[in-house]
Design a protein around this ligand. Structure first.
Ligand code: PAF
Length: 283
């Protein structure tokens, strides 16, 4: 596996691969890799010829008072995992490489980026869209892989790629869950044992709403209420949102007459957790 640490070496490597006729798959990450990232990498390895993973804890997507400084950085462990998975290149730039001095550009996707998580974290999705644009331009991948755990991020990136005419297919990969249903996330490691146990109510709440949907309930408000009750019964009271939206564009849906998604963000202890489940209409 090649280790590439600046824009020029990244570009040169990609140029070489493209000249050799290889199709490039790209998995952008912030490191602290877990089985969810593993499934993105495997999907890329299975469907393209060369897989590049980036590890970059992007400062512009963290707000003041968020966890940028304490975000887990375990590069050596990540590198070994990627090597073992059979990844071809690891892009590991520093901040100066990604944001050279004098950097002035921002990519904003509105109104998609200012609702749900964007309302709780102003500027977050502009940071994400900006860094992903730079990364996609450097890596020039044929396909880029994003976890559906960050459902809103996936929809925003897909919209941005469409709007800007970027030549890259955006692929959403299903969430990988722990045995108790908890969605895998680099931030789960912040949870104390007690909070970790309580946090399993997040996926349980969404599963209960989805079960009601599968049993025929189509009123978004009722599905949201089912999920909310399970969260509060588990002692999770800081619920930033629970919302049923359209799966395609995250538009509000009073009744589910097209495929939907139920999304939530909560705080458990000091840790912010998000999760979602799609509500696919039968047939
Ligand atoms: O999902 C993430 O890990 C990040 O938001 C991403 C896409 C790598 C951009 O920094």
């Amino acid at each position: 596996m090649e280790l590439l640490t600046d824009r020029n070496t990244m570009r040169a490597w990609v140029q070489q691969q493209r000249t050799a006729g290889h199709r490039i798959g790209f998995v952008p990450t912030m490191g602290a890799l877990h089985a969810g990232h593993g499934s993105l990498v495997r999907e890329s390895l299975a469907t393209t010829d060369r897989t590049v993973v980036s590890i970059f804890v992007n400062p512009t997507q963290f707000g003041p008072g968020e966890d940028f400084d304490r975000y887990p950085r375990i590069f050596e462990q990540d590198r070994v995992m990627l090597q073992e998975l059979g990844c071809h290149a690891l892009f590991y730039p520093d901040v100066a490489s990604m944001y050279p001095s004098g950097f002035q550009t921002a990519v904003t996707v509105e109104p998609l980026g200012s609702q749900l998580c964007g309302r709780e974290r102003p500027g977050h999705f502009t940071g994400v869209a900006t860094v992903v644009t730079v990364l996609l331009n450097l890596v020039r991948a044929d396909r880029a892989f994003f976890g559906l755990k960050d459902y809103q991020q996936f929809v925003i990136i897909r919209q941005m790629v469409r709007d800007l005419g970027l030549d890259c297919e955006i692929v959403g990969v299903p969430t990988v869950r722990e045995a108790d249903g908890m969605a895998m996330s680099s931030r789960n490691r912040y949870l104390s044992d007690e909070d970790r146990q309580r946090a399993s109510a997040v996926s349980a709440a969404l599963s209960a709403a989805r079960a009601a949907f599968l049993a025929g309930e189509r009123e978004s408000g009722r599905l949201e209420a089912i999920a909310r009750r399970i969260l509060t019964e588990a002692g999770i009271h800081r619920i930033q949102y629970i919302a049923v939206r359209s799966a395609a564009a995250l538009l509000p849906l009073e009744k589910i007459h097209e495929d939907g998604v139920i999304l939530t963000a909560v705080k458990v202890g000091k840790t912010r957790l998000i999760d979602n489940m799609v509500l696919t209409l039968p047939g």
